[in-house]
Design a protein around this ligand. Structure first.
Ligand SMILES: *Cc1c(COP(=O)(O)O)cnc(C)c1O
Length: 395
């Protein structure tokens, strides 16, 4: 990207998210190569962490992912409706939902409990088909999954329904609690608990096609957790799940998303001006302020008030004062250090940064640190009114 990128076409956009799906494709290829012979599931829940469900699912499959994963059934059905036929797992639904369309669409369904198994079996009977299920064991996260006490009964009941043709147990799986802290003893304990769950399944004649445990952090730091399939979300989008240990470039990843906005106003103010709600930032000298037309309604965290980084005309500045609903202010400076910018100029909140040879450019990780959160939240919470654009798509 040029140091001083082009301004907005008049009246068109106030901001834009650009997602480079070539980066998603390359990240998928890098992850797949890292884990082979294990396979890669591209986790594309929550609109591919804000990056766009369909373009990212397609790019991940082109890059070598052979599975897709989503939290919610509606996300799975959206993929099927778009003609994507790859093996696809969905794992989060309360009782009383309609699972029959999932069975008909050959969507794999996670089963953590007896009620879920019964609902899947009923859906399979209604569809006149065999439901594809992945039995989920709770190995220590204490979130989804059957508890150690419930597991033998769930496996036994699943084996019975499998023998009758109602279900096919495609997978046995679990999820890690502390994979972003590779040295945490909980990781090895969960692998051991997963082994135990697999042993119980085998004792009941349940031999799944795929055993899977690892998310992005475990994929990158813990080969003992890879089994037959790894489930990567964050790393697929080029962000690091272990920011204290490695940057994206260290992991062979490139962030795919760039968020920028076009300055809605640039004006001179005197020294001593108090900026934005509550006047929490006071200008020290006569200076120039730039108004960025993005706010917390667009996903810019209010907790990054006074700290979030922005690149304007090749120079890095921080949010001055509070982030508002639709906008925030940056102090462009004065004297020799001033940023030469005009209304309409582009302000980059985050992009691939150093991983793309642009060390000045802030990253989603920088925003996470400024806001006291994780990069997952920065990219997945961008608001619906920010237009998305995709580049790097194959014809
Ligand atoms: C979101 C999610 C993943 C992907 O996690 P990342 O850390 O983004 O790789 C994997 N498995 C489950 C169950 C998830 O909910």
């Amino acid at each position: 990207m040029a140091e001083n990128p082009s301004p907005a076409p008049a009246g068109e956009h106030f901001a834009e998210v650009v997602v480079d799906v070539a980066a998603v494709r390359a990240n998928a290829a890098a992850l797949r190569e890292r884990v082979a012979p294990a396979a890669l599931m591209a986790v594309v829940k929550a609109d591919a962490y804000g990056h766009g469900l369909l373009p990212c699912a397609r790019a991940a499959l082109e890059g070598g992912a052979t599975w897709l994963g989503v939290a919610q059934p509606a996300e799975a059905l959206a993929l099927r409706a778009a003609g994507i036929e790859a093996p696809l797992l969905t794992w989060l639904y309360p009782p009383g939902g309609d699972l029959e369309p999932l069975v008909r669409a050959r969507v794999d369904v996670s089963v953590s409990s007896q009620w879920a198994l019964e609902e899947v079996v009923a859906a399979a009977r209604a569809a006149g088909a065999t439901a594809r299920v992945h039995l989920k064991a709770d190995t220590g996260l204490c979130r989804g999954g059957a508890s150690r006490q419930e597991w033998p009964d769930l496996v036994r009941a699943s084996a019975k329904h499998a023998a009758e043709g109602a279900v096919h147990v495609v997978g046995v799986w679990s999820h890690l609690a502390s994979s972003d802290v590779p040295a945490d003893a909980a990781n090895a304990e969960q692998v051991a608990a997963f082994e135990e769950a697999l042993g119980v399944a085998a004792a009941h004649g349940v031999e799944p096609e795929v055993r899977h445990l690892a998310n992005s952090a475990a994929t990158l730091t813990n080969p003992a957790s890879h089994y037959d399939l790894v489930r990567c979300g964050l790393a697929l989008y080029g962000l690091t799940p272990v920011p204290d240990l490695a940057a994206p470039a260290d992991l062979g990843l490139v962030p795919a998303m760039t968020l920028s906005a076009f300055l809605a106003l640039v004006k001179r103010v005197p020294a001593g001006s108090r900026v934005s709600y509550g006047g929490t930032y006071t200008t020290r000298t006569d200076t120039t302020l730039g108004l960025v037309p993005l706010g917390y309604a667009d996903g810019v965290p209010r907790s990054a008030s006074g700290s979030g980084p922005v690149l304007v005309a090749g120079r890095r500045r921080n949010v001055a004062g509070r982030v508002c609903m639709d906008q925030f202010v940056v102090d462009l400076g004065s004297g020799p250090d001033a940023v030469a910018a005009a209304a309409g100029d582009r302000a980059v909140l985050f992009g691939p940064g150093a991983a793309a040879g642009r060390p000045q450019e802030p990253t989603a990780q920088d925003w996470a640190e400024a806001a006291g959160t994780i990069s997952y939240e920065i990219v997945s919470r961008l608001g619906a009114r920010v237009p998305r654009r995709w580049t790097g798509e194959r014809a």
